[in-house]
Design a protein around this ligand. Structure first.
Ligand SMILES: [Zn+2]
Ligand SMILES: [Zn+2]
Length: 210
């Protein structure tokens, strides 16, 4: 699997280009993201934008990129309406209105999204938000973890509206069942260093917060 990380600022989520045609999360600013995307791909080659959850630091650029590329936008059912909610999207914390995004594809978890000869498995991981998802590619053992787990045993906040420490612990427990070689988090650096142990540490941390 071919992955390019786009990182623009500490306040912005990582965006990842997969095999030149799928984008996982978008960051907040369409102009910046489109400029960065065009360093790697022809923007019209983009087919799908998968949003790991409804927060604006992951979704703000999605509508602009979708218009320019013609790509479809996908998100979990439980976060779909929150995309356009000023509070649930945390847009109000960024001092701006929620972006006007109409998702084209709604996941419920358990889907397999084909990209060339590889598949991204959609795993419903509520806790940070009700409709948070992680994406797992079993061939390369890659996990795109959104704001559910971060490197070194960190995990996403559960104190936003719709967050739940209990659901977070259950979700991270699900992730401990996977064999992960490389973790691509929603924020911070990509890591391939004993990732299963890092995720187990996140699970233990999540249990201490119950
Ligand atoms: Zn985030
Ligand atoms: Zn978030």
């Amino acid at each position: 699997m071919n992955v390019q990380r786009i990182y623009t600022s500490p306040y912005d989520a990582n965006a990842y280009i997969i095999n030149g045609k799928v984008l996982i999360d978008t960051g907040i600013s369409p102009d910046i993201l489109i400029r960065e995307l065009e360093k790697y791909i022809n923007i019209t080659d983009l087919e799908l934008i998968i949003l790991t959850h409804c927060h604006i630091d992951h979704t703000g650029a999605a509508a602009g990129i979708a218009v320019k590329s013609g790509a479809k936008v996908a998100i979990h059912k439980e976060d779909a309406l929150s995309l356009k909610d000023d509070v649930k999207s945390v847009a109000s914390l960024f001092g701006r209105p929620a972006p006007a995004i109409e998702p084209d594809i709604i996941y419920i978890g358990g889907e397999s999204v084909p990209i060339n000869n590889e598949n991204l498995e959609v795993i419903h991981t509520p806790g940070h938000t009700p409709g948070g998802i992680c994406l797992y590619e079993p061939g390369s053992k890659s996990l795109f973890s959104g704001d559910t787990v971060f490197p070194n045993g960190s995990l996403g906040r559960t104190d936003f509206l719709g967050g739940s420490p209990e659901r977070m612990a259950q979700s991270i427990q699900k992730l401990t069942q996977l064999d992960v070689r490389t973790l691509y988090p929603g924020h911070g650096e990509v890591t391939s260093n004993r990732v299963n142990e890092q995720i187990l540490l996140s699970f233990k941390m999540s249990r201490t917060m119950l």
